[in-house]
Design a protein around this ligand. Sequence first.
Ligand code: NAD
Length: 466
Amino acid sequence: MTINGRAAETLATIDVINPATGDLVGCAPDCTIEQLDAAVAAARRAFPGWRATPIAERRAAVARVGEVLSTHADAFARLFTSEQGRPLAKVYEEILGAAFWCQTIANQDIPVEVNEDTPERRSETRYVPIGVVGGIVPWNFPILLGIWKIAPALLTGNTVVIKPSPFTPLCMLKLAELVRDHLPPGVFNVVSGGDALGPWMTAHPGIDKISFTGSTATGRRVMESAAANLKRLTLELGGNDAAIVLPDVDVATVAPQLFWSAFGNSGQICVATKRLYIHADIYDQMAAALVDCANSHKVGNGFDLEVALGPIQNRVQFNRVRDLIADARQSGLRFLTGGEVPDGPGNFVPVTLVDNPPEDSRVVQEEAFGPVLPLLKFTDIDDVVARANASEYGLGGAVWSADEAKAAEIAARLDTGTVWINQPPYIMPWTPFGGHKQSGVGVENGLSGILEYTVPQTISIKRNAA
Ligand code: NAD
């Protein structure tokens, strides 16, 4: 681990398992509560100096984190595929994407708002850092989702304690090791551990803000636990995104894009398409095209260069997805492809397309977070909008149509943080991203996302009064 700019070891460790083989990749430190205290104390000590560091130096530090990622991209890529499972050719997008995020966030200006500027008074609002930020990261994008927290927190003058998922801790531990000597001690700490560590962080009185990405169920626990010292919170949680496909689309062009919207990272993406509503007029044609896509992509070990879809990242999630598929079978639902999950070795689930299941079936209502997609028929726009919105989640959604204006009208009726028209999920550092309803609180990215790592401070001067 990296605590106060130095390597920290533990007696206890957690096993990191390669999800494609079941083999041990390595052992990660299991942080003790005393070590977490030490990391938080180091971050607190470093905070006054870091917040006073000129912004140009903080920009350079954030950019340097990105340089480290791109310089070591090949080594990160191999480590990433070993612990996360994603095919080697596809992990560069995340590693170099995270580097690009650092470069872009490093250049962001933090505004000063002038509220009043008269001969009598000047009032301005600045955005000042909060203090110590605890970042809690999931296993599906273990580098990028960490960088979404680290880059804006450091830029705005906070210090951080980051906790990767116990399933995928190695890349983040390595990043901290490589960055350690480039930052003042205590500014950037990374700790890893088992199930106890997250709750210790969210309850820790020395942490001022938690930025959490993970499931909605855990997000609720984070919010409860953070109440004790009224921590600031950003929560990026689960989703059950609907895509609505109108009958005027070109099936051959759109089908592969829908396929990757749903099955990128083997469906383990918060904004993956998880319910696909297809107009009845093109349903059969689109279903057949999606089956063709499924049959043309190999599922397997990410180190095999022919593999397009890797394993489910961990056994817990694998069992959840397998259970969802078993429930669909027991309920008499029809599979267009897939539906048979081998026991192992490796957490492999074939692409599974479910043929027009009832709206209240589990495979429609629950977030699969795996390569399972219900295809659902519709004929009426009001009806499909109501079905798309009938979810506790409100993360993302999509509309596909040759008629852009009509698609935009439908998009505006979806209760979600983002709606993509005629494209798979497209997320950029300059665009605010967050969930409505139970999909989250606050946003990441864009100026609004960066400002979530600050608190407003207004200075009001009465002129010529003293
Ligand atoms: P998870 O909630 O199980 O775990 C996320 C992180 O929280 C891990 O680091 C975990 O160790 C930690 N954690 C677990 N229990 C905790 C507790 N009580 N207190 C504090 N921390 C705790 O989620 P996961 O299975 O790793 O990730 C999958 C989920 O994340 C899916 O629901 C997915 O939609 C969601 N997700 C959301 C976004 C988004 O931006 N909205 C992005 C990626 C993933």
